[in-house]
Design a protein around this ligand. Structure first.
Ligand code: SF4
Length: 296
């Protein structure tokens, strides 16, 4: 596969509400587009104007630009990666741009929140450990279905759920603060109690620290048409349900919403898994080694 490069004015952008999504103060995407092909992907929405979203492009001079931006920031904070494009795509194993970016994040004293569906993240355990010595590291493995076969349909280019759980287990074993982004959960497709129960139980077994759930999905122009096209292909009758139930709504909540949140609360409490955003952010600080008093 050939990598195409694009010009980008900036790499890192400030985020207004830093106590919202995993405490991030900045966002960065060094790639544009994604290879995972999730049928529900919000980044396909017209609002973002990304042509040929499945074709990944790389921003030019990522390392130099990122370093010059980080060096001039007045305040450090948590940098979010993975909001618009998975930082561990098929090019990353060869290019190592996410790895190089993490090294710079470490060098300039920032923290990081990574959202990914890829087991390639375990390659960077060494740098994540280094960052966690001075700042918060919050790794979110996105898992939407326990069923590998269903994952192959709704997230056809991403590693299987089994591979994601294995990577998550390794992160946990290495004391990297990690958990699951349990979203989006698609009405009529994977919004059943059996699926959610299996995911949370497995998370409990491997010692995941948190689960951040959203039982539903958001749909916008461009993304909606792509999603419906895939539904027509793989899930007979599903498009009719979505059209009748949600019309042109942006937020499409599961009709099992209440039941699924109750189940989440019950199981997360049982396995001591955090599921409220404030608790998730607060706990990440306990993993930061710097400033802890050694008794030995
Ligand atoms: S991994 Fe994320 S960015 Fe990539 S296709 Fe899936 S939802 Fe979109």
């Amino acid at each position: 596969m050939k990598v195409n490069y694009i010009d980008a004015k900036k790499i890192v952008y400030p985020v207004k509400h830093s106590e919202g999504w995993f405490g991030v103060s900045y966002n960065m995407n060094i790639y544009r587009g994604c290879h995972h092909g999730c049928i529900y992907c919000d980044s396909r929405s017209d609002v973002y104007q990304i042509k040929n979203f499945d074709e990944v492009k790389t921003k030019k001079n990522v390392k130099q630009k990122l370093e010059s931006e980080l060096i001039t920031k007045k305040k450090t904070g948590i940098i979010g990666m993975g909001a618009m494009s998975d930082p561990y795509n098929k090019f990353e194993s060869e290019l190592g741009l996410t790895r190089e970016s993490l090294k710079l994040i470490d060098k300039y004293g920032f923290g990081v929140n990574i959202v990914t569906k890829s087991d390639l993240i375990v390659r960077d355990l060494d740098i994540l450990k280094r960052i966690q010595k001075h700042s918060s590291v919050i790794v979110c493995m996105t898992i939407t279905t326990y069923d590998d076969e269903l994952a192959k349909i709704i997230e056809p280019g991403a590693p299987t759920t089994t591979a994601r759980f294995k990577a998550l287990e390794e992160l946990v074993k290495c004391d990297i603060y990690s958990g699951i982004t349990l979203m989006p959960i698609l009405p009529k497709i994977n919004d059943n109690t059996e699926n959610i129960e299996k995911i949370i139980k497995k998370a409990g077994e491997i010692g995941a620290e948190f689960i951040s759930p959203f039982y539903g999905l958001t749909l916008r122009k461009g993304q909606r048409e792509y999603f419906y096209d895939k539904l027509n292909r793989y899930f007979i009758g599903a498009t009719d349900f979505y059209q009748k139930q949600f019309g042109s709504d942006y937020s499409c909540h599961s009709t099992n919403n209440k039941q699924l949140y109750e189940l989440t609360e019950k199981l997360c409490n049982k396995f001591s898994i955090k599921y409220k955003m404030k608790d998730i952010i607060d706990k990440s600080r306990d993993y930061v080694i710097e400033g802890q008093i050694s008794l030995f």
